[in-house]
Design a protein around this ligand. Structure first.
Ligand code: 5CA
Length: 448
């Protein structure tokens, strides 16, 4: 996929990709180990990471897919500040509720500020300033912005960080019925988003926690290393949203029902009697990674913050709201938990940092290097994103780096293969190699 701001190709002599042979011993789960080894992130302090060029590139691709799917349901993207004033939080009553998880800051005028753990208060205040009547509704607004939560136990790398990237969306409606339509759109678009990111995230009944409200689902990737305990009917896992014909202007209730009629729940919402009804052969009790969480909480914030608009009959009504989160940096780790082997990451093509690696194994051979330089240009001209390994290191080290960073394809070019007019094309998923002409290799990489 071509993202707007990413370059199509990099030479590894210029690219900053500090790969490591071994992961530091304190990295306990495979995604954390592989992200460190692949030179994607570096820990700056507990739960706080720098995103190195390779990691940042993937994070950008994940964010772009999320934005695209949000845009399809008519959600509009904006950006709010990371630093907020404490005033709004005092009004909503959450200034005290959030306790030590909230990072509080005093500015030079001794004003109480905080690093936003989420943005319900601010967006409600913004919207309240402009919305006057039912004609301004429904609206669905989102941002992709850094959050800070001073977690007691930050762990597993970016999976549970203190600073992390979140897509937070907020829906505004005149009543519960109108809000249910937003909820359903979000629900279906999340299924599509995660499917496009190459992972299966199962919607599960969930607890609403400090965000509040009565209707809530978590989207969970099944993985033994996940922090959530889950119980679900195997039939939910077998469903495939990409096969579904979706009309976001139509009634989405049947699709939502299809994904929610079978039992799927986190341990917090577990109900023994319901679980007993699931046939034993379908019962899956395992662990999972919560990559998304959606809430409908009615008038919880609009009442205390005084957000009311005129309904058709002129009477003032408090807005019905919901909030919709995706852990952007967490889903990155979740994808790696779901997609790796003993050699490294096996990225789904939609989020792979590059489509193909181009490995020059005869760097000293002038003809081979000249040919590789040409191939590097040709690949980019064919809209193929390429990482060109032109480094003066051994072939073995080049191959293992390509496997580690998980590019779907690698094209190997050496003195001997050029003499035969061929290149070697390697598939990361199957490990199979083929000797082909460069043009044939391009067609395969492009999926022709
Ligand atoms: N305001 C709502 C959504 S707009 C909200 O804050 N929801 S949340 O608390 O459930 O967070 C949304 C998502 O952010 C979670 O589903 C999870 O994927 C991600 N997330 C939450 N805490 C962390 C953390 N400490 N590290 C990484 N990701 C996190």
């Amino acid at each position: 996929m071509q993202t707007t701001k990413l370059c199509k190709g990099v030479r590894l002599t210029e690219f900053f990709m500090p790969t490591l042979r071994n992961a530091p011993s304190d990295a306990k789960i495979v995604s954390h180990q592989l992200m460190l080894r692949a030179g994607m992130i570096r820990q700056e302090s507990s739960g706080i990471y720098s995103w190195l060029p390779l990691g940042y590139r993937i994070l950008t691709k994940i964010s772009e897919i999320i934005s695209q799917e949000q845009n399809k349901i008519g959600a509009c993207e904006m950006l709010m500040p990371t630093i907020q004033s404490a005033d709004l939080w005092k009004k909503s009553g959450r200034y005290d509720d959030y306790g030590q998880e909230m990072l509080r800051i005093n500015d030079r005028h001794n004003q109480e500020m905080l690093f936003g753990p989420t943005n319900e208060e601010m967006i409600t205040d913004i919207f309240a300033n402009f919305a006057q009547s039912y004609k301004d509704l429904p609206k669905n607004i989102f941002q992709i912005q850094w959050k800070f939560r001073d977690e007691i136990r930050p762990r597993f790398g970016v999976m549970r960080g203190r600073e992390f990237l979140m897509k937070d969306g907020y829906g505004f409606a005149i009543d519960e019925e109108q809000h249910k339509k937003i909820y359903n759109k979000i629900f279906v678009s999340y299924l599509r988003t995660f499917a496009r990111l190459g992972v299966k995230a199962i919607p599960m009944q969930a607890d609403t926690g400090p965000i509040g409200g009565k209707l809530s689902h978590e989207f969970i990737i099944l993985a033994d290393t996940g922090e959530s305990e889950i119980f679900c009917d195997k039939e939910v896992i077998d469903l495939d949203i990409l096969q579904e014909k979706i009309d976001y202007r139509g009634d989405l209730e049947p699709i939502v029902n299809k994904w929610t009629e079978k039992y799927a729940s986190t341990d917090e919402m577990f109900v023994e009697q319901e679980w007993a009804k699931v046939p034993d052969t379908n019962k899956i009790a395992t662990r999972g990674i919560e990559v998304g969480h959606i809430f409908y909480f009615g008038t919880k914030y609009s009442e205390p913050l005084g957000l009311k608009v005129a309904d058709k009959d002129g009477s003032l009504k408090p807005l019905h709201m919901g909030s919709y989160g995706i852990g952007v940096s967490r889903v990155f780790a979740g994808i790696i938990e779901a997609c790796h082997d003993e050699k490294g990451i096996v990225f789904p093509s939609s989020v792979a940092p590059f489509d193909v690696g181009l490995v020059n194994v005869s760097l000293k051979d002038e003809n081979c290097t000249k040919t590789c330089d040409e191939y590097y240009e040709t690949l980019q001209n064919n809209d193929i994103e390429v990482a060109y390994d032109d480094r003066d290191i051994g072939a073995g080290a080049k191959f293992s780096d390509m496997e580690l960073i998980g590019l779907p394809w690698v094209i190997v070019v050496g003195k001997k293969s050029i003499e035969k007019g061929l290149v070697e094309l390697k598939n990361r998923t199957t490990g199979q190699t083929q000797d082909l002409s460069f043009e044939q290799a391009i067609n395969i990489v492009k999926g022709k």
